[in-house]
Design a protein around this ligand. Structure first.
Ligand SMILES: [Fe+2]
Ligand SMILES: [Fe+2]
Ligand SMILES: [Fe+2]
Length: 420
């Protein structure tokens, strides 16, 4: 669970900087308020609900209108405006709720609370525990937005405006409002709540299947940053798992699936100007682009995911030693790495890029074969890929990605809500 929180928070750069800072604050403040009110929900669960309360906004905005999404997320530090500009009908609460319900490790009450995080206490007809929790998230949201709006420097005016925004929020239950104001008047609590530390100390372990779901959510948020990468990570994971199931064991397949979902996480730091450049990259841009692997390594080790790190960060290495970042050669490149390298190259070729059209699977296979003949990529893995494609292996699609995130039953409803 802790690793998931770290991965999620690592997305807090570039366009997502304010949104993730806000999510983290809401996680900590909600947990604090729920505890001071003596609510029965497990603190970790409240924290996770707070952390995920706005993820729906990313899906809503990126899928519905990418141009507005990228503009608003990058330029408006005031998240309220993003909500108003992109989601006037408050669909993101439903989407966040659906995403959270599909993560099996979040309990029903905490996921239900997400439905009402913009609803006035009096209008919530759900049971009282859920209503109070939803209201804690609402108060946390109000506090965090007031802080982010003013917090270039934390001044008297910032604190005043935070207190006032809680006082003026007519949708808050009186007890929640009082607890919120108390927490704003306690310096130590205040600094903890608004700092950039995660303060998530839980030792709870996720099962492999649940961690895979969590990694999928993080990967989807990464991929949604750009229309060109919208299915990339899922596509790599899908192919890598298929190839691993043919060449290795079931346990290896599970391991590979997660390593593949994490492989490009560092790309969250790559500026969109580089990802979207129409021509070829100049020397400096190439270096910046290549640092994504090093950033992946940093994120994974900070998240305590060393076991995946070596494989995930080897996807641009080549058997002849010509790859990066370390230039290791075949003596150090194991089967997992070979599979990930081929899956990454093949997937990228079958996706559109700003400087070229998507290749058909057979065209992409030819390009991969050339790399195999040059001694860069593995021949055995390539043969398995070729067979799979010839046998009609289905490549990834965006609607399948959405099914993975929202669950197969709700995806069509989700798409309706997004486009409404
Ligand atoms: Fe929010
Ligand atoms: Fe990469
Ligand atoms: Fe990749």
């Amino acid at each position: 669970m802790k690793a998931f929180v770290e991965l999620f928070v690592s997305l807090g750069v570039q366009e997502y900087k304010n949104l993730i800072a806000h999510s983290l604050q809401v996680a900590k403040i909600s947990r604090h308020l729920a505890q001071s009110l003596g609510l029965a929900h497990h603190p970790d669960q409240v924290y996770l609900a707070g952390l995920l309360h706005d993820v729906g906004l990313i899906f809503k905005a990126s899928i519905e209108n990418y141009e507005v999404f990228i503009d608003a997320f990058r330029n408006i530090p005031d998240l309220e405006k993003i909500v108003l500009a992109l989601d006037r009908k408050n669909k993101h609460s439903f989407l966040s709720h659906t995403v959270a319900s599909h993560l099996d490790f979040l309990n029903v009450d905490c996921t239900r609370a997400l439905l009402y995080h913009h609803t006035s206490f009096d209008e919530i007809s759900d049971e009282e525990g859920v209503a109070l929790l939803a209201n804690c998230i609402k108060a946390a949201d109000t506090i965090s937005l007031a802080f982010l709006r003013n917090a270039e420097i934390f001044s008297e005016a910032t604190l005043k405006s935070m207190i006032q925004s809680v006082e003026k929020d007519t949708g808050l239950n009186q007890e929640v409002r009082e607890a919120a104001i108390d927490s704003l008047k306690d310096v130590r609590v205040l600094l903890d709540l608004l700092g950039s530390e995660t303060h998530f100390k839980s030792d709870a372990e996720l099962s492999c299947a649940n961690f895979e779901k969590a990694a999928k959510l993080v990967a989807a948020l990464l991929d949604l940053r750009s229309p060109y990468t919208r299915i990339h990570t899922f596509s790599v994971a899908r192919i890598a798992k298929q190839l691993t199931s043919e060449l290795m064991t079931e346990i290896d397949r599970r391991f590979m699936g997660i390593a593949a979902l994490l492989h490009d996480l560092g790309k969250i730091t790559t500026p969109l100007e580089i990802l979207h450049k129409r021509g070829s990259l100049n020397e400096i841009e190439t270096i910046v682009m290549r640092t994504h692997v090093v950033m992946t390594e940093k994120i994974l080790s900070k998240s305590g995911l060393q076991s995946f790190c070596k494989v995930s960060t080897s996807h641009h290495e080549r058997l002849d030693g010509s790859g990066y970042p370390y230039g290791i050669d075949k003596s150090q490149i194991n089967m997992y790495m070979r599979i990930l390298q081929i899956s990454d190259v093949f997937s990228a070729l079958t996706e559109e890029r700003p400087y070229r059209k998507a290749m058909s699977p057979s065209e992409a296979l030819k390009v991969v074969e050339e790399q195999v003949n040059l001694g860069k990529l593995d021949g055995t893995v390539f043969e398995k890929l070729k067979q799979s494609i010839e046998n009609g292996f289905n490549l990834e699609t965006f609607s399948h990605v959405l099914e993975d995130i929202f669950g197969p039953d709700l995806t069509s409803l989700v798409l309706r809500e997004i486009n409404d």
